[in-house]
Design a binder for this molecule. Structure first.
Ligand SMILES: *[C@@H]1O[C@H](CO)[C@@H](O)[C@H](O)[C@H]1NC(C)=O
Ligand SMILES: *[C@@H]1O[C@H](CO)[C@@H](O)[C@H](O)[C@H]1NC(C)=O
Ligand SMILES: *[C@@H]1O[C@H](CO)[C@@H](O)[C@H](O)[C@H]1NC(C)=O
Ligand SMILES: *[C@@H]1O[C@H](CO)[C@@H](O)[C@H](O)[C@H]1NC(C)=O
Ligand SMILES: *[C@@H]1O[C@H](CO)[C@@H](O)[C@H](O)[C@H]1NC(C)=O
Length: 245
C-alpha cells in the first residue's frame, strides 16, 4: 500500500513537471519564427543550401533555395509583377528591391507582422528610416509609373502594366519615408527609431527579438526602449564586430 502511494506521488510529480515543461516550451515557441502563407513560403523556416540570392537568410529561410533563382540579376519579373515596366532598373536600385523581396519571401521574421486578413502578406513592418532614405537615394533616377505597386498598375493575364506616365522615383516619392510607406501599400512603415527597426540584413536577427520583447513591456517609454535597444546593439557589436558594409 505504501509503495503504491509512492508511485502515485511520483506520477503526480512527473505529471506536474511535464506540464511545467510544456508550458515553458509553448511560451518560448510563441516567440519562435514562423513563415507567411504565400505561394512560395515554406511551412516553417529552416536552413537552405545553394541559395543564389538572399544569402542573409540561408541559416533560417522561409523560401526554398530555388525561389532565389528568380532574383539573379537582371531581375525582370517576380511572379506576376514586372519590375521593369518603365525600363531596366539600375543595379543599385535593383539591389534594394531585392532586399525587400528577400525579406518578404525568405525572412524568418516577416511573419511576426502577418496581416491577419491576408496571411500571405504583412502589415506595418517597421523599417529604419535610414534604409528608406538609402532606398530612395539608390532608385532616385530610376523610373516608375506606379506609386503603390499593389494597387496602381493595370493588371491583366500577363501581369502589371502602366496606366500613368513613367517618372523618376525622386519625383514619385517625396522622401524615403514616403517610399517605404507607399510602394508596397500598408506592408511597411518607416520607423524613426535608430535601432528597433528592420534593415533587411543580418542586423535584423539582433533587432527583432528585442523589438518583440519590448512590445510586451509597453509600459516603458519610447525613449527608454530606444536606450535599451541601443544597449543591446552595442553589447552585441562588441562580440560580433560590425557585419556587412
Ligand atoms: C550561419 O551559421 C553559421 C554557423 O553558426 C555562421 O558561421 C554563419 O555566419 C551563418 N550565416 C549567416 C548568413 O548568418
Ligand atoms: C523548389 O524546391 C522545393 C523543395 O525542394 C520543391 O518542393 C518545389 O517544387 C521547387 N519549386 C520549383 C518551382 O522547382
Ligand atoms: C535591359 O537589360 C537587358 C538585360 O541586361 C539588356 O539586354 C537590355 O539591352 C537592357 N535594355 C536597355 C534599354 O538598356
Ligand atoms: C499569376 O497570375 C496567374 C494568372 O493570372 C495566376 O493563376 C497565378 O496564381 C499568379 N501567380 C502568383 C504567384 O500570384
Ligand atoms: C516626407 O514627405 C511627406 C509627404 O509626402 C511629409 O509629410 C514628411 O514630412 C516628409 N518627411 C521628411 C522627413 O521630410
Amino acid at each position: 500500500m505504501q509503495w503504491h502511494c509512492w508511485v502515485q506521488l511520483f506520477r503526480m510529480r512527473l505529471c506536474v513537471t511535464v506540464l511545467g515543461v510544456l508550458v515553458l516550451l509553448s511560451g518560448s515557441l510563441a516567440l519562435e519564427d514562423s513563415c507567411l502563407g504565400g505561394a512560395h513560403h515554406k511551412n516553417a523556416p529552416g536552413p537552405e543550401r545553394n541559395m543564389r540570392e538572399c544569402f542573409t537568410y540561408s541559416n533560417s529561410s522561409c523560401c526554398h533555395a530555388n525561389f532565389t533563382e528568380k532574383l539573379v540579376s537582371p531581375v525582370t519579373k517576380v511572379d506576376n509583377t514586372s519590375w521593369i515596366t518603365c525600363g531596366n532598373l539600375s543595379d543599385r536600385c535593383e539591389a534594394f528591391m531585392k532586399k525587400i523581396e528577400c525579406f518578404y519571401q525568405c525572412s524568418p521574421h516577416a511573419a511576426h507582422w502577418v496581416n491577419k486578413d491576408y496571411p500571405a502578406g504583412f502589415l506595418n513592418v517597421p523599417v529604419c528610416v535610414s534604409f528608406c532614405d538609402g532606398w530612395l537615394e539608390a532608385c532616385k533616377d530610376d523610373l516608375t509609373c506606379a506609386k503603390n505597386w499593389l494597387t496602381d498598375f493595370k493588371l491583366d493575364i500577363d501581369g502589371n502594366h502602366c496606366q500613368h506616365d513613367c517618372v523618376p522615383f525622386s519625383k514619385m516619392y517625396s522622401n524615403g519615408t514616403d517610399l517605404c510607406n507607399s510602394m508596397w501599400g500598408p506592408s511597411f512603415t518607416a520607423s524613426s527609431s535608430n535601432c528597433a527597426c528592420l534593415q533587411m540584413d543580418a542586423q535584423d536577427s539582433v533587432a527583432v527579438p528585442h523589438m518583440l520583447h519590448s512590445d510586451s513591456k509597453s509600459s516603458s517609454s519610447a525613449a527608454s526602449q530606444e536606450k535599451a535597444c541601443q544597449h543591446v546593439w552595442l553589447s552585441k557589436e562588441k562580440f560580433t564586430g560590425k557585419q556587412e558594409q
